[in-house]
Each structure stands twice: as C-alpha cells, then as structure tokens.
Write a protein that binds this ligand. Structure first.
Ligand code: NAD
Length: 275
C-alpha cells in the first residue's frame, strides 16, 4: 500500500496558516544558489510556489562566484527583513562548511549550520533539517516509533545522520541502524526492520524481497529515470509494505516544513525583540 501523506500535509498547512495570521509582518525566505543543477532549480521552483501559497516573500540570489556566496550570506544574515536563508546543495567548487557558517543560525531554516546540527545532538530541534523532520512527522502520524527497529540507508549530513539523532531522541527511542555503500548484506538488515528509510539516491535499491511484511518504508530518494522522477524503492514493495510515494511524499512535507521554519524564525525574532 502507498501511505497517504495528505493528513500530515494538511496538519502542517493549517498550523502554518494559523501562525502566519497572528503575525504583523510578512515572513521572507531567501535562497542562495551557485551553478544550480536541474534538481536544484526544480526544488527552488517548488519553494517559490509554496511560499506564494502562504504569502511568504521569496527571493532567489544566484551567486556569481564562490566568494560572492559568502558575501551574500553575510549580508542576508544581517538584513532584518530576511527571516530564513536556504543555501542550495550541492555547491560546486565551494567549501560547504565555510559557506554554512556565514549564515546566522537564527535564520538557518534548513538546519544545516554546525550550531543547529550540534544542538540536534542534544535533542534540541529548533531547526532540524527539513527532510529528516518530514520523515519523523510522517512516521509519527502513522505509527508509534518507540522500540521499533529502524534502518536508515544513507549517512549524509543532510538526511541520514540528523535523522538518526532524531529517531534516537528519548521520546522516540527507536533502535537505529545506519547503512551506507560499504554495508554488507543490506537485505539481512532491511528484512529485520520495522521501519526502512531509503535515502541513498539509487533507483530501485529497495525491492519487495528485501523488506518485512507490513513494515513501513519511507522513500526519500529522488532519481530521474527515463525523464521521470522515481524514488529508491521499487513499485512492487508497496504490495507487502506501507511505502511513501515519490513524487508527492517526503519532498512535499519537506517544503512545507521549510515554510513552517520561516514562520518560527519570525516568531522567535519578535519574541527576542520584546525581551
Ligand atoms: P548523498 O549522496 O549525500 O548520500 C547518499 C548516501 O547513500 C551516502 O551516505 C551513501 O553511502 C549511501 N548510499 C548510496 N548508495 C548506496 C547503496 N547502494 N547502498 C547503501 N547505501 C548507499 O545524498 P543525500 O543528500 O542524503 O540524498 C539522498 C537521496 O535523497 C537523493 O536521491 C536526494 O535527491 C534525496 N533527497 C530528497 C529530499 C526530499 O525532500 N525528498 C531531500 C534531500 C535529499
């Protein structure tokens, strides 16, 4: 079966709408990019569309050189009219950590600044990475995570590692395994898992014979095959497990949560200015 993510999306949408209606100022999200590839361009378009839906101002800054990225991030961090900064990934020819530390952590709505990732390790989820948070939200809406065996395929700093920290948090307490390209017998691990999260970026990596009956499979992958977007999980897997769709699954919730983080950033800014 495919998992219906509409209830999760609706809940987040209603939450954003209600919180925005309580604000006197219009939130603003900016994206900074450099040599964007096709999938980055498509993600930025989807951010733009979703921002419009919530009446969040949205602007894209395309850097002309690696140095220009640092300058832009610095200026936007100091600009009081900007509440959220999204730096695209991958960034060719750029030291990503050097770029990320230019962002004011209070505007790091994608949760990629080392400060916010460090806080995540302490269980503080002020700005968790949106994709990892999207996976948690979907899971929490359909199951009780506590005590479940969860396997994450992919150890990136953007998805796999922060997700592991979030699943381990005491109030969730999953038993977490992380797999990667050097993992042996992936199938043995996925077959014994209640929750499989596929975030490898490899089409059809997870197939029906690799998962347990009635398990939950979260498909994070975005791959282009024959001009079509597909995930990391083969179609037939949904015959025995509950699988999130691609497109229109994790990605949709991720974009909504990015908007929610921008609203949160405004709320925190206003709260701090009233102190
Ligand atoms: P990445 O390339 O940084 O990391 C991929 C990880 O997968 C690596 O840790 C690698 O070791 C592991 N891996 C690759 N092939 C494997 C294999 N055969 N077996 C086991 N492990 C393997 O990618 P990322 O940024 O973490 O993104 C992963 C996928 O998720 C991509 O397809 C990306 O487009 C997608 N993504 C989706 C969203 C969303 O919102 N839906 C957000 C971010 C990334």
């Amino acid at each position: 079966m495919y998992i219906d993510i509409k209830p999760t999306a609706e809940k987040i949408t209603n939450n954003i709408t209600s919180r925005i209606s309580n604000l006197d100022i219009q939130p603003k999200l900016v994206a900074v990019t450099y040599k964007p590839d096709d999938s980055t361009i498509s993600y930025l378009k989807s951010q733009q569309k979703t921002s419009r839906k919530f009446n969040i101002k949205y602007e894209i800054f395309e850097a002309i050189s690696p140095q220009n990225i640092f300058k832009l991030l610095n200026e936007l961090s100091k600009d009081n009219t900007v509440h959220g900064i999204f730096l695209t990934h991958p960034l060719p020819d750029v030291n990503e950590i050097e770029a990320l530390i230019q962002i004011n952590p209070d505007k790091d709505v994608e949760g990629r600044h080392p400060y916010n990732l460090g806080m995540l390790a302490y269980g503080n989820e002020k700005f968790p990475p949106c994709t990892a948070e999207a996976i948690i939200k979907i899971l929490e809406d359909i199951t009780n995570i506590t005590g479940k065996n969860a396997v994450i395929i992919g150890r990136s700093t953007a998805v796999g590692k922060p997700l592991a920290l979030m699943l381990l948090r005491k109030d969730r307490s999953a038993t977490v395994t992380i797999c990667h390209t050097k993992t042996q017998n992936l199938e043995n691990i996925t077959k014994n898992s209640d929750i499989v999260i596929a975030a490898a970026g490899k089409a059809n990596l997870i197939t029906k014979n690799m998962v347990k009956k009635n398990s939950i499979v979260i498909d994070v992958g975005i791959n282009v095959v024959n001009n079509k977007i597909v995930g990391d999980v083969s179609k037939d897997t949904s015959e025995i497990a509950d699988v999130t769709p691609v497109p229109g699954g994790v990605g949709k919730i991720t974009t909504l949560l990015l908007m929610e983080h921008v609203v949160k950033s405004v709320e925190l800014m206003l709260k701090n200015s009233n102190k």
